[in-house]
Design a protein around this ligand. Structure first.
Ligand SMILES: NC(=O)c1ccc[n+]([C@@H]2O[C@H](COP(=O)([O-])OP(=O)(O)OC[C@H]3O[C@@H](n4cnc5c(N)ncnc54)[C@H](O)[C@@H]3O)[C@@H](O)[C@H]2O)c1
Ligand SMILES: [Zn+2]
Length: 684
């Protein structure tokens, strides 16, 4: 068993090395969460064995030092780190203890809640209103001179304005990059063939701590004050009052701070930004809660590394490091080949992640990741997890590059770009590539399409491996005999299983689904559940749709030229048309007309009617259905081929066009007559 002192020595060495990489090289090799875990273990060990808490322990020091190449600046007053809490319970605990130490005066002045900006600390000294010194935090006492670089930051005034600026004003704040500017910077770096930064914090630190101030000047760095150091002016009672004063002198302070009277208000602030972390223009990694009264701050004092009057509430990390075990490729519903990362499972933003898409081969190259790398994985809230890049420092030499396959991993067909210049490559074996067919079957069975409950992942695989489907065209003609003969969905004694029976019943029921759902089920490009109802409203049966020309299609409101071309293209493929024929032959309705028997007199057969404006008694869809039920075609736009325009209140440009083209126009109250009696009923 390791001795506590040995463990302590190991932890100390690790922490010191990580701090060096983080503060001096802007190139951490572990995630903040991993670093924080080491730190917490160290502190817990020292709580148990107080003799280990020597003055040179990392727990007693403010992380960082002055890197080679920078001059040293001694701060007028030390820059501290912050104590951390990670839960509401720990926060309550801190508030209780602080209340006990500070006494009733605390309730009077209350708390100052601020966002914890994820950047790097900067100390500024103004003498007689002129910027005289700018330094990084360093070890808290001595920092790095970055004055030349700071002069290149627009947000930092070189001279304070206004009345009564005291002789000495020392402020500290955070240098950071806005998320938007960070993204633009990285895009530019990648375009120039350079490595992107892992996150806005690293990019801000790397941009500020430059040997060459012209580089800093090109980076859009921002700055917000969050603390007051040496101050020779009149006593400031509250820190928040101080912010208003600093603001009046031209120093940038955050707009997000709030004064809170009670612990409940503090909690509410913490919880609000926990849920709205991304509503702010910069990254935040928590909230800082401070005692607002400056006299109380002095009274509470500090430990060797942090003030007792402030605490950082840290939100769960959105970036973690994990091992990239492999890069595999998936074949999508349309044959697109997508590389994806397979990682050692890791918890980030509250869920376990082990896969993340890498989009395409160019993207893999752009990220610069090798199989075997430790990678930075980011998942912000509900956003899809993303591999940001490798931790190059941790490479062992055993890593290997990803090679994009030349042949489909599912069917072996040679992969191709669909069009020249496409980033994606695809498996051209659309019809019977098992992977593509499987995806199409899932899609067709999904809720938004035909809702075939039994046809899940397993069932689809079973049908495909039994060789029962050449493509989805064979689905609706499946019989119990076929299943039994193929030995799938059978009981031990060779009869159709309950699940097999359910599958056939599900399929039978699906044949009657509304036409719009079939449209989704056909996997026509660009036709999803959003637009399918519009298409079905204009062309309420598969026959109407397949006989429509591209012009007729694109004339319909909500369809447009792209969708029209995509529909026409789909129907131009032989095996697609065969799917439709097979489904019709198997009894799929694929039309929204009322079933035979209840059919209304086809008074509008062969006629195209446009309804515009409001027609009493009919919704937009209702009017369309009524026309279709009478055998007519309901169109969304007026052309020379339109037979009637029904114009209700609010009719606009369509009415004008009808008049211009000489199309007969009917009043709203003639609509019923047209429906029941056809053109003859409204003649004259
Ligand atoms: N990944 C690594 O290898 C590595 C190494 C060292 C440190 N770190 C990370 O750095 C952090 C620890 O460093 P730390 O000691 O500087 O503590 P800290 O960053 O948690 O808190 C102190 C700092 O918060 C900043 N801050 C931002 N907004 C503030 C506000 N509104 N009011 C006051 N201060 C504000 C200040 O610059 C201050 O110096 C942790 O997140 C840790 O994970 C990571
Ligand atoms: Zn294939």
């Amino acid at each position: 068993m390791t001795q506590p002192s040995e463990r302590h020595a190991w932890l100390s060495a690790e922490i010191i090395e990580h701090r060096r990489r983080y503060y001096e090289q802007d190139a951490p090799s572990v995630s903040d969460a991993e670093f924080d875990a080491l730190m917490r273990e160290l502190v817990a060990l020292e709580d148990e064995y107080p003799e280990l808490r020597t003055l040179d322990s990392p727990s007693q020091q403010v992380g960082g030092a002055v890197a080679v190449g920078f001059s040293k600046v001694t701060h007028l007053t030390p820059l501290m780190s912050l104590g951390n809490v990670f839960s509401i319970e720990e926060l309550d605990h801190w508030i209780e203890r602080t209340t006990r130490l500070a006494g009733p005066a605390l309730a009077e002045a209350g708390y100052l809640c601020e966002l914890k900006i994820d950047g790097l600390a900067l100390d500024l000294v103004y003498r007689d209103g002129v910027l005289a010194s700018a330094a990084t935090r360093g070890d808290g006492t001595v920092g790095e001179d970055v004055l030349a670089n700071v002069r290149a930051i627009d947000a930092i005034p070189s001279r304070l304005v206004g009345e009564h600026v005291p002789a000495v004003v020392e402020v500290r704040g955070e240098v950071f990059m806005r998320i938007e500017d960070f993204a633009a910077l990285n895009a530019g770096l990648v375009e120039a063939g350079k490595a992107p930064f892992a996150n806005p914090r690293n990019s801000a630190a790397g941009s500020l701590r430059q040997k060459d101030p012209t580089v800093t000047a090109q980076r859009r760095l921002h700055f917000l004050v969050h603390g007051i150091g040496a101050f020779s002016g009149d006593d400031l009672q509250l820190q928040s009052d101080g912010y208003e004063l600093l603001q009046s002198w031209g120093l940038p302070t955050s707009t997000h701070y709030r004064r809170c009277r009670t612990a409940a208000e503090v909690r509410a602030y913490v919880e609000y930004f926990g849920e709205n972390r991304h509503s702010v223009e910069h990254e935040i990694d928590g909230v800082v809660v401070k005692v607002d009264d400056r006299a109380l701050q002095d009274q509470l004092g500090r430990t060797s590394s942090a003030p007792r009057w402030a605490i950082a509430y840290k939100y769960p990390p959105e970036e973690v490091n994990t091992k990239l075990l492999d890069i595999r490729v998936g074949v999508g519903r349309t044959g697109r080949i997508t590389p994806y990362a397979v990682m050692e499972p890791v918890v980030v933003s509250g869920s376990t992640v082990e896969q993340a898409t890498l989009h395409n081969a160019t993207e893999v190259r752009r990220k610069g990741v090798l199989i075997g790398d430790t990678v930075v994985l980011r998942k912000a809230g509900d956003v899809i997890p993303e591999v940001l890049g490798p931790v190059v420092e941790l490479r062992t030499g055993a890593e290997r590059p990803f090679v994009m396959p030349t042949h489909c991993p599912s069917c072996g067909t040679e992969l191709k770009h669909e069009k020249e210049g496409d980033a994606d490559i695809r498996c051209p074996n659309r019809r019977s590539c098992p992977a593509q067919l499987r995806e199409r079957l899932f899609h067709l069975a999904s809720r938004q399409a035909l809702d075939i409950e039994v046809l899940g992942e397993k069932a689809a695989d079973t049908l495909l491996s039994a060789g029962l489907l050449t493509d989805e065209g064979d689905l609706f003609s499946l019989t119990a005999e076929q299943l039994v003969a193929a030995g799938v969905f059978v009981t031990k004694d060779g009869r159709l299983s309950a699940n097999g029976d359910k599958l056939l019943k599900n399929l039978e029921a699906a044949k009657e689904r509304p036409f719009a759902r079939f449209l989704v089920a056909l996997s026509i490009r660009h036709i999803g559940k959003g637009v399918a109802p519009d298409v079905a409203a204009a062309f309420p049966s598969i026959d109407a749709l397949r006989s429509a020309s591209v012009e007729e299609l694109s004339a319909v409101e909500g369809i447009g030229p792209v969708l029209a071309a995509s529909i026409a293209e789909w129907f131009s493929v032989d095996w697609h048309r065969a799917i439709v024929d097979k489904w019709l032959a198997a009894g799929c309705r694929m039309a929204d007309q009322p079933a035979a028997g209840e059919q209304l007199e086809q008074t509008l057969a062969g006629l195209t009617v446009v309804v515009t404006g409001s027609v009493p008694g009919y919704s937009r869809d209702g009017a369309t259905e009524a026309i279709v039920a009478r055998g007519g075609k309901a169109s969304g736009s007026v052309s020379a081929r339109t037979n009637f325009v029904v114009a209700g209140d609010g009719a606009g440009s369509k009415l004008d066009k009808a008049v211009a083209l000489g199309v007969p126009v009917l009043a709203a109250d003639q609509f019923d007559a047209l429906l029941s009696g056809g053109p003859a009923a409204v003649a004259g």
